[in-house]
Structure formats: C-alpha cells, structure tokens
Design a binder for this molecule. Structure first.
Ligand code: NAI
Ligand code: MG
Length: 489
C-alpha cells in the first residue's frame, strides 16, 4: 500500500469508471490463417500451425501457418518475379494509386484492425485505436505521395530500386511496423516478403487481405508467418536484396553477422533505454503526463519508451510525489476497455522477463514503488513500477526491460544530465522538459539519440525520420531518409 494513499484517504476513495468495453461484434476472424504468397493464401509446406492467443485472457484466437525454408523460398521467388516482370517497370504514379488505396482501406477497416490488434497483442484499445491504426494509414498516405517524385526527393541523383526487401518485425506495434516497412518499399519500387512476430501475426494477415482486395499485382507483397527460423530463412535467402529488421539487439547482431560479406543492404531498429530529463524550470504537471505516456501506456512495450527519468534535484521530491499520485490513478486491466491505461503484457515470456528485472532492481538496492491497484486474475499483467534511488551502474538503468518499469535518478547540473543520459549502450530517443528554449537546443545537440522530444514524448509523424545510435541500430525509417534506405544511387 502506498504512503500517498495512506496520507490522503479521501483522495483515493474507491472511485471507479463503469466498464466500457469496445465491441467485438464487427470483427471477422478465421480459425486458421495460411501464408500470403503470390497474391493467394496458401497452406504451408511445413504442414505446421501454431496458436496465437489473447494475452489478456490466455484464450486461443486462431491458428497461424508456420513457414519453413521452402515456403520462404516460394515467397521470395514470387517477390522476385513480381519485381522483374511488373513492379520495377511500373511508373511511380501508377504504383502510388495502389499505395493510396491500401491507406484508404486501412482507414475504412480501422475499427476492426484496432480491436484485433488489442486482442492479439494486449495493448489498450485507446492506443491501437488512436495511435497504431491511424499512423499505419498515414504512413501509406505519406509514402504514396513520394512514389512519383523520387527524382525530386533526391535531385541530381538517379534513385534505383533494390529488388526484394525481406522485412522482419516485432510484436509491439504489429500493424504499424508492417506499414513502416511496406509503404516505403513499395513507393520506391521494391517488392516485399514480410514476417510478423509470432505472438502478433493477425493484423499483418488482415493487411494481407486488404492488399489482396486492393488489386496490388500478385507477389508484390508476400506475408509469411512463423518464428525466428522463418525470419532467418528470409535473411539468408540469396534473392533478398535488402533486409529491414526491428526487434531485439541480440537478433539484430545475428542478422548483421549473417549478411556480412553479401551485398544485401541492411537497416536495424533495435532496443532503447531513453531518458526523460526534467529540469527545475519545467512545467511539472505536463512532464508527469509525458513520463506516464512515455513508459506506462502501451505497457512499456516501446523501443523508444522513456524508461529512465532524470530529474533535477530541486524538483525531485515534488515531481516524484506527483508521479506517484498519477500512478495511483492508472487503470490496469482489460485492454478492450476504453478506460484502460495499461493493457496486458504481450506474452508470458515477456512478463517473466519483466518480473525478473523487478527482482533484479530490488536486489540491487533500489527503492520500489507500485500503486495499490489490483491485477486481473487471468492473463499477463504487470503493475506500473518505479525504481527510486537507482545509480548509473544498476542493471535496471542500463538494460532494456520492455515493460512498465521506470528507473529514476537525480542530477544537479546540465553536464551531469547529459553524461547520465548518454552513458548507456543505447541511443534511440530522449525527452527534455524545460521552459527555456536555449536549454532545449543545447540538450538536443548533445544527446546521442536519434529522436529528441522537447516538452512532449512519443509523438510520431510519417514525415520525420526515426532510428538510433549505438546498440539501438542504424538506418532511418520515416520521412525522406526512410526512402533512401530502399534505393541505390
Ligand atoms: P526478437 O528480436 O526475438 O523478435 C523480433 C522478430 O525477429 C520476430 O519476428 C522474431 O520472430 C524474429 N526473429 C527472431 N530470431 C530471428 C533470427 N535469428 N533471424 C531473423 N529473425 C528472427 O524479440 P523478442 O524475443 O520477441 O523480444 C525480446 C526482447 O527484445 C524484448 O524483451 C525487448 O527488450 C526487445 N524488443 C525490442 C523491440 C524493438 O522495437 N526495439 C521489439 C521487440 C522486442
Ligand atoms: Mg497473440
């Protein structure tokens, strides 16, 4: 039980929202999903299927085909044929029409996609409805606009497509990551073999249905489902010309080694351990909302999550008190409920990894704070967690936890904040909170991070590039930079 609750009994009387579950009546799901190869849904050569479950209920949703090397080969061959015979010859303005059509169809099916995303992956419906699905559509719209303007995007250079792009994506933003990968590849005239993560294949397969319905020429996009070895078969296929991967740093390293010495192009978007840095002159209530949004919404399943907090000493006490108060009000539970802030952890494995880190943090001597909320009996849930009094060498400060766990440190000077923020193996993002513009510019130029937000956090737009430094990977997605990753000059 938290001190705050004890101190303010009337503030936290048991006020609750009435349940407000999003309806599932409108969604269409099959019991079994096949592989999407050459424009058709086909049975896997492996003859194997695996279950995808709802992490909030532990119930099976559907069976998903497991692609083996033979299936991957069929998909890559389909993509290569489509590239050679159709897609690379098609004028940009014609390619754009298909990409626009896919964007519009995502918008038309937004409700269905949001509900399926939440059921399959566990994220709160508010996130999938307001962030994942609209941003996925926006990515297709944005890149559709570039398809016939590549010479203007890169003046005095001769942009040329690469061929077949092999794309492997994680489970934290299943549909959005598919959009980030597929949209720029198509706009630049490449064809695609994409593999979603094994716990969250459904929205990629719904996207396959959209792509089929859009009339996109057969084989231009192929979606194969399966585990790590399916991904490895894509990476290692001789006819794949470019690999784009988002996921763990460990697998990123395996992929980088696997393609060393080939002429495959590579972009890696890996882990992160971003700091929100709050200065004494910051708008504190706004900062608290940004911190909460940065690490707790979406269960901390965000590579650019603000999983560290650096707060200047003079405001540390008040900021942490405000943060604890706000954490007491967070609603953890049914991801389909529109009031839920923190949904289910994506898988049992991920939950045990997070719980392991919660033990590590406690054993390292950090002070733990969790709000007094209760967790649902079934499903994989985790309380939002603060670790106070952490030091730079603590594992909960250095390592990516990928859960709703925030490590808090204090600092005195600007230099100390920069030093602490940068002194980790990752460099994906950071957040600066201050009233002073000059401090923002100073900090943003000194952060070794791909994205720096000022007085906000986790804001995305297809026009702005995203990617990391150090062990967070290399290459950029989004914006003009995201086009260059799919072109030769
Ligand atoms: P992962 O990196 O194993 O999985 C990501 C994707 O890579 C999945 O589609 C998976 O099937 C595929 N994959 C796995 N092994 C492969 C291989 N050898 N070759 C090609 N593809 C392969 O991530 P996992 O195990 O699901 O999560 C572990 C940790 O990774 C998390 O706790 C988190 O710290 C981090 N992570 C980071 C993400 C990010 O966006 N930066 C996303 C997901 C996880
Ligand atoms: Mg699932």
């Amino acid at each position: 039980m938290s001190k705050i609750k004890e101190n303010n009994p009337e503030y936290f009387t048991d006020w609750k929202y009435a349940p407000s579950p999003e309806s599932k009546d409108h969604i269409r799901l099959q019991n079994r999903y096949e592989l999407f190869i050459n424009g058709k849904f086909v049975k896997p050569n492996s003859k194997k299927y695996f279950d995808t479950i709802n992490p909030a209920t532990e119930e099976k949703i559907a069976e998903i085909a497991e692609a083996n090397e033979k299936d991957v080969d069929l998909a890559v061959t389909a993509a290569k044929n489509a590239y050679d015979k159709v897609w690379k010859k098609m004028p940009g303005k014609e390619r754009a029409k298909y990409i626009y059509r896919i964007a519009r169809m995502i918008q038309e099916k937004a409700r269905e996609l949001a509900v399926i995303e939440t059921m399959d992956g566990g994220k709160a419906i508010r996130e999938s409805r307001d962030i994942d699905v609209p941003l996925a559509a926006n990515h297709f719209f944005y890149y559709a606009g570039w398809a016939d303007k590549l010479e203007y995007a890169f003046p005095n250079r001769k942009p040329q497509s690469l061929g077949v792009a092999g794309q492997i994506i994680p489970w934290n933003f299943p549909l959005l990551m598919a959009a980030w990968k597929i949209a720029p590849a198509l706009a630049t005239g490449n064809t695609v073999v994409l593999k979603p993560a094994e716990t969250t294949s459904l929205t990629a397969l719904k996207l396959a249905e959209i792509i089929q319905e859009s009339g996109l020429p057969e084989g231009v996009v192929n979606i194969v489902t399966g585990f790590g070895n399916t991904g490895a078969a894509i990476v290692n296929h001789a006819n794949v010309n470019k690999v784009a991967f988002t996921g763990s740093t460990d697998v990123g390293k395996i992929i980088q080694k696997a393609i060393a010495g080939t002429n495959k192009k590579l972009t890696l978007e890996l882990g992160g351990k971003a700091a929100n840095i709050v200065f004494e002159d910051a708008p504190l209530d706004q900062a608290v909302e940004g911190i909460i949004n940065g690490i707790f919404f979406n269960q901390g399943h965000v590579c650019c999550a603000g999983s560290r907090l650096l707060v200047q000493e003079g405001v540390a006490e008040i900021l942490i008190r405000k943060l604890k108060d706000r954490m007491e009000t967070l609603i953890v539970g049914d991801p389909l409920d529109k009031n839920t802030d923190i949904g289910a952890i994506n898988s049992k494995e991920q939950l045990s990894k997070i719980n392991e880190y919660i033990k590590i943090g406690t054993n390292e001597g950090a002070e733990i704070f969790q709000p007094s909320c209760s967790l649902p009996k079934k499903g994989f849930f985790c309380k939002p967690t603060l670790f106070l009094n952490t030091s730079q060498s603590h594992r909960v400060v250095q390592e990516e936890i990928f859960g709703p766990v925030l490590a808090v440190q204090t600092f005195r000077t600007v230099e100390e904040a920069i030093e602490k923020a940068n002194n980790i193996p990752f460099g994906l993002s950071a957040g600066i909170w201050t009233d002073k513009g000059s401090k923002i510019f100073n900090m943003t130029s000194k952060m070794r991070a791909g994205v720096v937000w000022a007085n906000t956090y986790n804001k995305f737009d297809p026009t702005s590039p995203f990617g990391g430094y150090k062990e967070s990977g290399f290459g950029r997605e989004g914006g003009l930079h995201g086009l260059a990753a799919y072109l030769n000059f």
